[in-house]
Structures are given as C-alpha cells and as structure tokens.
Design a protein around this ligand. Structure first.
Ligand SMILES: [Zn+2]
Length: 258
C-alpha cells in the first residue's frame, strides 16, 4: 500500500465528491493519507473528511505561510489549542513562501518560528512548505533551540540544497508530480536523497503528474509519480512502496498504515 503523505482532498475543489476521491485512491493502491491543514477556514472540512476514514487518514495542524496575516497572533493561538487536543500527527503545513507575496515576510518568519517551537514542545514532526525561501527557513532554524524533524514537502531544490538542509537535521523530502514534468531536473536529485528519505505525495488538488498534468490532481494519481520514481531509481515498484511507507511510519510514528 502506498501512502500519500501530503494531500488536500478536503478542499472545495473536491466538492461534492470528497469521499469518492478518497475511495478512488484506495482502489488505486494508495491506502493511507496525511491531510495537512491550510488555515482556520479549512480546519472544519479537514476534520469532517478525516473522521469518515479512521485509521486511514492522519492530520497535521498548522498555518500555511501564504495565509499568515496581520491577525497572526490570534490565528496561531487557535492553531496551538487545536494542536494540544492531541489528535494531530504533525505540525503543518508551515514554512515560508516568497514566490507569491513577500509583503508579510517578517510575519511569515515569526509564524514559522513559533510553530516550530510548538512542534518541538509536543515532539511532533513538521511539514515544511518552502518556496523561494530556503535561506529564510534556515535562518529561522538558526534561532531555534531544538529543530524538529520533518519533511520538505513538494521539494523542488537541487543536490546542493539537499546537502545544505542535511546540515540542520535528518530531513525527509516530499516528491510529487513535479518530478514527472519534462522541464524539471528534480529527477537528478533523487539518488542524492535516496530511497530511505523519500516521501511520496500528490499535493492534491495541485501539481498533477504526467499523464494527468493540468488536471485537478487527486491522490489516486500518485501511482504515476510512484511508477516514474521507481523507474528512474531502477528499483521494483513494490520496493519503492515498502521503502516510502516505512519512511512515512518512521517520521510520523503511525502503525496504522500497513
Ligand atoms: Zn499542501
């Protein structure tokens, strides 16, 4: 069974067939899921869908960097009290995004720092969204007493980026449909990451892999990314399945996905 380590099947893009989207993935061999939160408006829909699939869907709680606003303090207070309920396997997705908008760069930094501290306090891993912001992410790490373990989700960096990140800790790297894009060089980074630190993901509804590129992405399509990665690394698809599922269990401490 494959695990989609980053999917937003609870978003309105999947209305009215959210439940069906989870079932299509299970039928395709993707049998376990991590739902990372986006902002305060997505919390309710995320929990509603996860509750329909106990033991199959894990959740992460966090405030996405592009949603950090002037009311950051109150946003983060709600995230904190949710996290304290103990129903979440990770803090995410959190991080920094300077691609879309850098107006709130300092606010993003502070929100990321505070949520890293929350993760360290609760001994939870972090799910990192990093877009055009690796320097800033690492600057925040420099200020922390404890850098939590975690995954650089939707990784799109270089071999040098992987090496630089590793000087800060034993991180995992989330690989999605980007690796199948013709103009992407991400495939060349896979051997450096190595099979025991790859997590497969879709980031649904975004970034559908070839041959679905341009469509609404869903977790069932992750098999195309998996097939591509296995082929490129020249390992049997079942070995990649076992490796990446083990990786997921090791990072998120879940026994239910096997
Ligand atoms: Zn995401």
């Amino acid at each position: 069974m494959f695990v989609d380590s980053h999917t937003h099947l609870y978003l309105e893009e999947f209305d009215p067939d959210k439940t069906a989207a989870v079932k299509r993935a299970i039928d395709a061999g993707v049998g376990h899921f991590m739902f990372p939160n986006v902002d305060l408006t997505t919390l309710g829909p995320m929990k509603d869908l996860a509750e329909k699939f106990p033991g199959v869907v894990d959740m992460a709680i966090g405030l996405h960097p592009t949603e950090v606003g002037p009311d950051r303090e109150s946003q983060l207070q709600i995230i904190r009290s949710e996290a304290l309920t103990g129903r979440y396997r990770a803090i995410g997705e959190i991080g920094m995004d300077l691609y879309w908008d850098s107006t709130f760069v300092n606010e993003q930094k502070e929100a990321f720092r505070q949520q890293c501290q929350l993760a360290a306090e609760l001994k939870l891993p972090i799910i990192i969204h990093c877009r055009e912001a690796l320097n800033e992410i690492l600057e925040v790490f420099d200020t922390l007493d404890v850098i939590p373990q975690g995954v650089f989700h939707s990784f799109g960096g270089t071999i040098d980026d992987v090496k630089r990140i590793r000087t800060y800790g034993d991180f995992y790297f989330g690989i999605n449909g980007i690796v199948t894009f013709k103009n992407s060089k991400l495939r060349e980074v896979l051997p450096e990451i190595s099979g025991d630190r790859i997590l497969l993901e879709t980031d649904s509804p975004y970034l559908a892999p070839v041959p679905m590129r341009g469509k609404r992405n869903e977790s069932a399509y992750m098999i195309h990314t998996a097939a591509y990665v296995a082929d490129y690394l020249d390992i049997p698809i079942h070995d990649l399945e076992a490796l990446t599922t083990d990786n997921y269990r090791r990072l998120f401490g879940t026994d239910s996905c096997r």
